[in-house]
Design a protein around this ligand. Structure first.
Ligand SMILES: [Fe+2]
Length: 270
C-alpha cells in the first residue's frame, strides 16, 4: 500500500474496534463474455486510472488483495464503499468474486457498479438503473445492496446505499429500525456528505430523480444529521481525501481516496 490514512474516532468503547476502509478500486477487467466495445473501453480506462493514480507500482487488483490481507492481519473489518468495478462487465464481476470470495467484508455499492458505460444519460435512466441494480444484486447475493449492518464491540456499523445520489425507501426504513437499537453508529456510503448535503447536489435538479427520491433523500439526511448516535460518516466517490465537521450535526464526514492509487483508511473506534 502506498499510504494508509489513520482516523481514530472517540466513542468511549471498552476495547478498540478496527475497520479498514477501501473504496473506488475501479477494476477494469473483461472476459470472453464481454463485447469488443467493453474490452476496448476498459483498456482505456485502466490507462486513465494509472495516470490519475500517479502511475502506482501495483494494479488495482493487487492493492485490493493486499488490503484484504492487511485487514485480516490487523484484525480489522474490511469495509468496501463502492466503485470496485469501473463498469459492470462480466470480467469485473468475475474479478471481484475472485478477490473477495472466502473473505469476510461489508460492501455498499457505487454508481459505477451499475454502469455499462461511463456516463449517465437520460436514455440510461429509463429502467436502466433498476435493471442494472438487479443484475448486480443477483451477481452478489452475499451483499444486500440497499442496506446492511453489523454490531461489533458495541458499535453499530452500517452500510446505507446512496450510490445514485439518493436513498431508496427500503434503505430509509431499515435505517430507522437501526436507530431504535440505541447503539453508537458509524455510517458508510459511497457518496460523501459535504456542507450538510449529499454530494453537494442538494439544490441541483437531477433529471432522473422523482419527487419521492428528493423527499426520501431529505428525510434520510435529516435523520443522519440529527441523530446523536451517529459518530462518523465515511464515503468515497471523489477519489480524494476529505475530512470536515458536518454543519448542524455532531460528527465529521470523511471521503477516502481511490484504492487504485494505493490508498486506504484505517479507522480505529475507541
Ligand atoms: Fe470512483
Amino acid at each position: 500500500m502506498e499510504s494508509i490514512l489513520y482516523t481514530p474516532i472517540e466513542i468511549g468503547l471498552e476495547k478498540p474496534v478496527k475497520i479498514l476502509q477501501v473504496t473506488d478500486v475501479h477494476l477494469t477487467k473483461t472476459n470472453d463474455q464481454d463485447s469488443d466495445y467493453h474490452k476496448d473501453l476498459q483498456t482505456k480506462r485502466f490507462d486513465t486510472f494509472y495516470k490519475e493514480g500517479g502511475q502506482p507500482p501495483k494494479t488495482p487488483s493487487e492493492y485490493f488483495e493486499e488490503a484484504i490481507k492487511m485487514a485480516e492481519d490487523m484484525g480489522a473489518l474490511l469495509m468496501i464503499t463502492g466503485d470496485v468495478m469501473d463498469i459492470q462487465t462480466y470480467g469485473n464481476i468475475e474479478e471481484f468474486h475472485r478477490i473477495i470470495d472466502g473473505h469476510d467484508c461489508m460492501f455498499t455499492p457505487g454508481g459505477h457498479e451499475m454502469q455499462k458505460r461511463c456516463v449517465r444519460t437520460m436514455e440510461e435512466a429509463d429502467n436502466y438503473w433498476e435493471a442494472s441494480r438487479k443484475r448486480l444484486q443477483e451477481a452478489f447475493p452475499e451483499f444486500d445492496m440497499d442496506f446492511s449492518s453489523r454490531v461489533i464491540g458495541g458499535v453499530n456499523i452500517i452500510c446505507a446505499d446512496n450510490s445514485l445520489d439518493h436513498y431508496n425507501a427500503r434503505t430509509l426504513s431499515l435505517f430507522k429500525e437501526e436507530l431504535k437499537k440505541g447503539l453508537p453508529i458509524v455510517l458508510f456510503s459511497h457518496d460523501p456528505i459535504v456542507c450538510g448535503a449529499l454530494n453537494v447536489w442538494e439544490d441541483e435538479k437531477i433529471p432522473y430523480f422523482t419527487e419521492e427520491d428528493y423527499k426520501i433523500r431529505h428525510e434520510m439526511i435529516d435523520l443522519i444529521k440529527s441523530s446523536p448516535l451517529v459518530k462518523a460518516y465515511f464515503a468515497g466517490h471523489w477519489h480524494a481525501q476529505y475530512d470536515q465537521a458536518v454543519p448542524d450535526a455532531s460528527f465529521r464526514s470523511y471521503a477516502t481516496p481511490g484504492l487504485f492509487k494505493g490508498v486506504c483508511r484505517l479507522i480505529e473506534l475507541k
